[in-house]
Design a protein around this ligand. Structure first.
Ligand SMILES: [Zn+2]
Length: 417
């Protein structure tokens, strides 16, 4: 135990020494606009990332996205001597278009422990965390570093949920992959570290109400009002939310009608539902689709009824709590106990690339640094609105935690072999 503590003190000292270089790398990354819809920027960031990991002996593969308007995914590989492999996952893109960054003067800005800027915590800080962890492993756990086949994956388009990235990962994962480690931001509970051990699944949907158009003055009673129908239908959809099962339905957008002297013949709404368990997601889908069919809004003159059509636009399966993830979280908890850090797991409502990996490889998320206000670029003079930032002081302790836990993961695999 004393030996481990001494080693960890050395690792921490090394990480402190590497942090300025890590922050310089972060600054270079934040200075490149890598909005998902800016493929040149995303590709520039991909090339910079490959360059900065090359001294650790990683080989780069750029994989074109199946979406023509998006940049290339990046895969870095370092073959190891044993049959064991570890995957690390991050993404290149941010949610901030260049115009928005310019309008809000949103750029690299250090204030005390905080660094504000696009992607500082979601997720360029996570990429820097990977670099710190791998650098420290090579220096202080060279045997483990050389033994493992490292596969690092960067999604070019995580924010809009790129449909092809999970294939890119799944096709390239080694048979002996011990874990997929996702470097999205850490959560906090008091001083405690919260890792991500599950995420909701999501279903996107569209409802179209079709009625019968009519002159609002001359033939009002002949009309079947599609907007009124849709209003009723979206109320019923909203009522499917069941917080006791952590199931939510969100009506997110609504459109209908054309000009006001017509009884409108069409209206549409779009939204999503989310839940943690595959069963709840399946039931939610059923309950939603059951609302399709003849509507209750009819022409008062001849009873012509509106029609309600419902489409499922896309579905993302949930990452439910599971034993493989819990096993990883336990290793991080034990490593935390040795380092004097409280570590726990939480399930989150938002999706990540973990949703597409947990069923093939034990997956743990939230391994990046701590920060807050991700996806926000605005700042108000009174400080009630602050943009995305990363906490500088969260890097070293979290990197040390990740190093200690990865060593435990390899040790545990060796004991099993
Ligand atoms: Zn992210």
């Amino acid at each position: 135990m004393l030996g481990v503590m001494q080693e960890m003190a050395e690792v921490t000292a090394y990480l402190e020494q590497q942090l300025p270089a890590g922050l310089e790398l972060l600054r270079e990354m934040v200075d490149i606009n890598s909005f998902t819809g800016n493929p040149e920027g995303v590709n520039r960031l991909g090339r910079l990332t490959a360059e900065r990991f090359a001294p650790l002996d990683f080989q780069a593969e750029f994989v074109p996205s199946t979406h023509r308007g998006w940049g290339d995914h990046l895969v870095l590989t370092r073959p190891g001597r044993s049959g064991k492999s570890i995957a690390m996952v991050s993404h290149l893109d941010t949610v901030f278009p260049p115009e928005e960054e310019a309008r809000n003067h949103f750029r690299w800005q250090r204030e005390g422990d905080r660094i504000f800027g696009p992607g500082t915590v979601d997720i360029k800080g996570g990429t820097v965390m990977m670099w710190l962890v791998l650098s420290a492993m090579r220096r202080h756990a060279p045997e483990v570093f050389e033994a493992v086949t490292w596969k690092l994956f960067w999604n070019s388009s995580e924010e809009p949920l790129s449909p092809d990235f999970q294939r890119v990962c799944r096709d390239r994962l080694e048979a002996g992959t011990l874990a997929a480690l996702v470097f999205e931001a850490e959560g906090r509970l008091g001083d405690g570290v919260l890792l991500v051990v599950g995420r909701k699944g999501r279903g996107g949907w569209r409802v179209t109400a079709t009625g019968r158009g009519a002159h609002a003055g001359g033939k009002h009673a002949f009309g079947a009002n599609a907007i009124v129908q849709l209003g009723q239908t979206v109320q019923r959809i909203a009522a499917l939310t069941d917080y006791s099962r952590e199931l939510t339905f969100n009506v997110g957008a609504i459109h209908g009608g054309t000009v006001v002297n017509r009884v409108p013949h069409q209206a549409t709404a779009e939204g999503e539902f989310r839940a943690f368990s595959p069963e709840t997601c399946a039931q939610a889908r059923e309950a939603l689709l059951a609302l399709a069919g003849p509507g209750s809004v009819c022409s008062p003159q001849d009873g012509y009824a509106c029609e309600v059509a419902i489409e499922i636009l896309e579905e993302w399966r949930p990452w439910p709590p599971n034993p493989a993830t819990d096993g990883l979280c336990q290793l991080w908890r034990e490593a935390g106990a040795q380092l004097g850090l409280t570590v726990n797991g939480e399930a989150r409502g938002g999706l990540s690339d973990g949703n597409g990996l947990w069923d093939v490889v034990p997956t743990l998320d939230g391994l990046g640094p701590w920060g807050d206000n991700d996806h926000c670029s605005e700042r108000s003079p009174d400080g009630s609105k602050l943009p995305e930032f990363v906490s500088v002081s969260s890097f070293v302790p979290k990197a040390a935690l990740n190093v200690a836990a990865i060593v435990k993961l390899i040790d545990a695999a060796r004991e099993r072999a």
